[in-house]
Write a protein that binds this ligand. Structure first.
Ligand SMILES: Cc1cc2nc3c(=O)[nH]c(=O)nc-3n(C[C@H](O)[C@H](O)[C@H](O)COP(=O)(O)OP(=O)(O)OC[C@H]3O[C@@H](n4cnc5c(N)ncnc54)[C@H](O)[C@@H]3O)c2cc1C
Length: 517
């Protein structure tokens, strides 16, 4: 258990000051708090969370069947063994997070129902002032912090992405976005239309199919699916022979990451062969050796350019072969009173329409930031390894992996941020920021991510608002866990890219050759 440190007393006069303020009590914020407690035991901290409880993504999404599509051996933290089946329900993930909070006494640091509305940096005090609104009474409350650890995720939890469909208001049935699904909705015996084909649709469709009269999945374009049993043979075997859970966790994590790495490389080197393997699994799990892939299950992009949708026990394909699911690949032309009409002229009737159309990207939770009164435009900054941004002092942003489990990066960033904080203490620095080095002069400045590497809709729609990257490993979030796991521990905090208590570096953050996004 972590030793006692300066706890924030909610009764003390405002503003409350902490060494570190963590934004968000999702899986990133809770993991970051754990690392801070363990690795910087002398630091006081608080977590501000807009919602009334922890969980973030896993609290927001309440649609039928909500579950991870990563295995929990890698989506779980490195420090807390996962003891269940690899793919977990939202409820199981919340339970796991709740245990982490309780076992490490993190709860006393969390201020629920506190939505941050602005963050101001002062170079005079070397502190952030954080303004928040308290949900319980609407009061404006102020915190100050030496360091901001941004764990607010990457999308707007309140406003999901709904395309501007013609005639939506004419629809007389029940229309809802999956992100806003209310568990009280009774869908038994109803005709349901799910619009979308990504990971959310892959989860929700088989769950609906169990009780609905019929489910139609209308997709603009097909997705790759990976069918597998929801069990890990190695974990089962290790448990059978009496291996302790921490060891099972460590070994199975290593196995899964190794296999995923192989898969990622194969997706790039032999995408066609990978697709044939995925098809063989679908045939096996659906029970239909003649399963027809054209046109609904033959994507236009390479496997892994977007997340591979996991399909436990081939559930979505079983629903299709049992006649409970119809897939339509077409564009929506317009909504009618009873459903939608596609561009191809097909009329789809539905009692409930569920949009599984994704997110609105939210950079830094949409919170306005300023530095000594000058507003921060994130698109004018350059990212240091997807963690810090040029010209923005004492702030890190936890952005996980899209292709590997998000949380792998939460743990690694925990080490990085704690090393940085401890290093600042060692050298007596109150302020750190990243800045381009002389050798970065002339570096190409590019959009946050390469479109041909990873291109989900929400990222592409919001790319203009994201920080930029350079073409060197230090200045990009490369989405490669295997490269970063070796690179991160070797980061030299005395490197020229870190400026401590310094004058603004001579080389401006905007130095570089601007190229069109
Ligand atoms: C349905 C779904 C399934 C997913 N499955 C997987 C998976 O299997 N594997 C995987 O790796 N990734 C998955 N992801 C991606 C997932 O979002 C991340 O893995 C991870 O949960 C993000 O955690 P987070 O803590 O960084 O952010 P979030 O979960 O988004 O939590 C951020 C928290 O910050 C709070 N917050 C935001 N702004 C403010 C503010 N202004 N003031 C105060 N609080 C604020 C929010 O209320 C929220 O609680 C999935 C995403 C979705 C939507």
């Amino acid at each position: 258990m972590a030793e006692t440190r300066n706890r924030v007393d909610p009764g003390q006069p405002r503003p409350i000051h902490v060494d570190v303020l963590i934004v968000g009590a999702g899986i990133s914020g809770i993991g970051s708090a754990y690392h801070l407690q363990q690795q910087c035991p002398g630091k006081s901290y608080a977590i501000l969370e807009a919602k009334p409880t922890f969980g973030g993504t896993w609290e927001t999404h309440k649609y039928p069947g909500v579950r991870s599509d990563s295995d929990l051996y890698t989506f779980g933290y490195r420090f807390k063994p996962w003891v269940g089946a690899p793919i977990a329900s939202g409820a199981e993930i919340l339970k796991y997070m709740g245990e982490v909070i309780e076992e490490n006494e993190i709860g006393v640091h969390i201020h629920y129902g506190h939505r941050i509305t602005a963050c101001h940096w002062s170079s005079t005090t070397n502190r952030w002032t954080i303004e928040a609104v308290r949900a319980s009474d609407g009061a404006a409350v102020t915190f100050t912090a030496g360091f901001l650890w941004m764990c607010q995720g990457y999308y707007d939890h309140e406003k999901p992405y709904i395309p501007d469909w013609p005639g939506l208001s004419n629809y007389e049935g029940q229309f809802i976005h999956a992100q806003l699904w209310d568990p009280a909705i009774d869908y038994a015996g109803k005709r349901i239309l799910v619009i979308g084909s990504g990971a959310t649709a892959a989860t929700i469709v088989p769950a609906f199919a169990e009780k609905a009269a019929h489910v139609t999945m209308l997709q603009r374009s097909p997705t790759y699916f990976y069918c597998s049993e929801n069990r890990n043979e190695l974990a089962d075997r290790l448990r059978e022979v009496g291996i302790d859970e921490p060891t099972v966790h460590r070994v199975v994590r290593a196995q899964i990451m190794h296999d995923q790495d192989l898969m990622t490389r194969r997706c790039q080197s032999e995408p066609d062969a990978v697709f044939e393997d995925l098809k063989a699994l679908i045939r096996a799990y659906s029970g239909d050796p003649d399963f027809v892939f054209e046109p609904h299950f033959t994507p236009k992009y390479r496997p892994w350019q977007q997340r591979l949708a996991f399909c436990p026990d081939g559930d979505i394909f079983k629903a299709a072969t049992q006649g409970k699911l119809t897939v339509v690949t077409d564009m929506i032309d317009h909504f009618t009173a009873t459903g939608v009409r596609t561009a191809g002229g097909e009329a789809i009737e539905a009692d409930i329409i569920v949009a599984a159309t994704g997110f609105n990207l939210s950079v830094m939770g949409g919170i306005p930031f300023d530095i000594d009164g000058a507003p921060v435009d994130w698109a004018q900054t350059i990212t240091y390894r997807g963690m810090m941004m040029t010209g923005v002092p004492n702030l890190t942003w936890v952005m996980g992996y899209f292709r590997a489990s998000w949380t792998l990066r939460v743990d690694m960033m925990g080490d990085f941020v704690c090393n940085l904080l401890n290093h600042m203490d060692d050298i007596g620095a109150k302020r750190v920021e990243v800045a381009l080095r002389p050798e970065d002069e002339g570096m190409q400045i590019l959009p946050w991510i390469e479109e041909d590497n990873f291109n989900p809709g929400y990222l592409m729609r919001g790319l203009d608002a994201m920080p930029r990257r350079g073409d060197k490993p230090e200045w990009r979030h490369n989405q490669d866990y295997w490269a970063e796991k070796d690179a991160f521990p070797r980061i030299d905090l005395r490197g020229a890219e870190f400026v401590y208590d310094g004058e603004r570096p001579a080389l401006s953050a905007r130095t570089g050759t601007e190229i069109a996004a």
